[in-house]
Write a protein that binds this ligand. Sequence first.
Ligand SMILES: Cc1cc2nc3c(=O)[nH]c(=O)nc-3n(C[C@H](O)[C@H](O)[C@H](O)COP(=O)(O)OP(=O)(O)OC[C@H]3O[C@@H](n4cnc5c(N)ncnc54)[C@H](O)[C@@H]3O)c2cc1C
Length: 563
Amino acid sequence: MTTPASTAHDTTVDLLVVGSGTGLAAALGGREAGLSVLVVEKTSHVGGSTARSGGAFWIPGNSALRAAGSGDSVESAAEYLFDLVGDSVPQERWRAFLEHGPAAVEMLLRTTPMRFSWAEGYSDYHPERPGGSAAGRSCECRPFDASVLKSERRRLRPGVLSAPVPMPVTGADYRWMNLVARVPRRAVPRIARRVVQGLGGLLLRREYLAGGQALAAGLFAGVLRAGVPVWTETALVRLTTVGDRVTGAVLRQGGREVTVTARRGVVLAAGGFDHRADWRHHHQSPALEAGWSLGAVGNTGDAISAAQEVGAGTALMDQAWWFPAVAPLPGGSPQVLLAERSLPGSFMVDSTGRRFVNEATDYMSFGQRVLAREKAGDPVGAMWLVFDQRYRNSYVFAGTVFPRMPLPRAWYDAGIAHRATTPSDLARAAGLPPEQFAATFRRFSELAGSGVDHDFGRGRSAYDRYYGDPTVTPNPNLRPLDLGPLHGVRVVLSDLGTCGGITADGSARALRQDGTPIDGLYAIGNAAANAFGATYPGAGATIGQGLVFGHLAARHAASLPSR
Ligand SMILES: Cc1cc2nc3c(=O)[nH]c(=O)nc-3n(C[C@H](O)[C@H](O)[C@H](O)COP(=O)(O)OP(=O)(O)OC[C@H]3O[C@@H](n4cnc5c(N)ncnc54)[C@H](O)[C@@H]3O)c2cc1C
């Protein structure tokens, strides 16, 4: 049983975990190591961005990868990270992640009801680099029955997308569902199986969830089973110290402050500063608008400032898990775009009407390209994703607009979607220079017709092709646009959360600016500086590091070697 939020009180535990996303892995690891653990969560929901996510995790060499015959190994991943990340961060960080990743997955298998599978073919984001894998190393939780949460189910943070009928949609399903109108033989049996699982489960009083919902529900189920209290609506205010050591924290619940003493340590897992506009403008870009982040609403950098107050250093504050997304409706959030940029019959332009990027590149690299342009004094301005009617008839858009459906009326009313019969008319509607846009349109058609994107290399990488349309040859990411109805949808630079934060070592211990560890303080997930520097190695690298460093923090606090 969890302790209801209303019962926050002064207490003493071994391990205090602040934040209920990947922090739950620290709680599970700590409990398994015999520690008394308390989790505190600022909002009324458990799960943070982890619950809103796709739920993929990138932990090379783990047992699910081995069981599925992926052929992956920690050694090949080390070659990859050496090439990709190298010394841009202390190697100790990503080497510890690799060394202990498989043990962290085993810990989760022991302490939760979750089972994992390999998302075969979900390529690393830089598969052509030495050690990179086109077959991929990303895993996810198998559809998970959330009815095990019983009355605690209501405290699980809801996901971002919901299927039109109750059914679990895994990452692997998502890829084929997008292509249902193009490859029904691959997609329909998958969809049918999930509908049966979803609706059939309901008849048996089971509720199957997938993606981040499954992962967060599975972690939460493990925490409940282990008897770890989760105090929601309870926020970290500041850390307490004796001498140089962190001894606990002051928490606020409903206007009341309580003090929790943590004998073994405090794990800061309170996410990044996704929704702290002043920091984002200062460290990242003044062009980022409040509300553009897809990260969970409670992530306002609280743990990072609390750690700074006790002398912790920070790094990579200019970084986020950038993610281009459909511009929000007034007062709303951006809408998720993932495969859409990779599918043939579409391209993107900046406010000058020119292409500016390989549209199908991974979302982190995409965002870095946009920000590099801004830093160089040549901002991209408004970005538009342009596509033809055949594209609209073929693919799901923004996870909710199914093939042949019109784009939502509200998008047109808000000026984030336009429709026209000629390139020039579309350009005029979207405020783009018509002549330049028409020239881009012609140039793209020429390249797409040849199957080779000489300008930006779209379709060259196995990652690009994963979200392409396999029925389109020779390049599954390229097709000239038809003349006729054309559509333009405004895209903004959103993100999945920030990834700069507290500097930490290979045991997740928070570090001072001089590199010495702060006794009793750990930082994991987006509260810590990305263990992969400014890179995103593969789908699930953010949750992957949260889980692994959660495990390591717990083992260190318990003074046990990782196993
Ligand atoms: C739509 C979407 C899809 C994504 N897909 C993937 C994916 O498939 N794979 C992947 O690896 N990553 C994915 N991500 C990114 C990933 O979800 C996050 O980077 C990751 O979950 C962050 O984990 P965390 O534990 O650091 O933070 P969170 O999971 O956000 O947890 C932090 C928690 O701390 C709480 N908190 C904040 N301040 C305080 C305070 N003062 N006191 C107490 N609690 C506090 C917050 O309310 C929150 O619940 C996705 C993100 C989104 C939005």
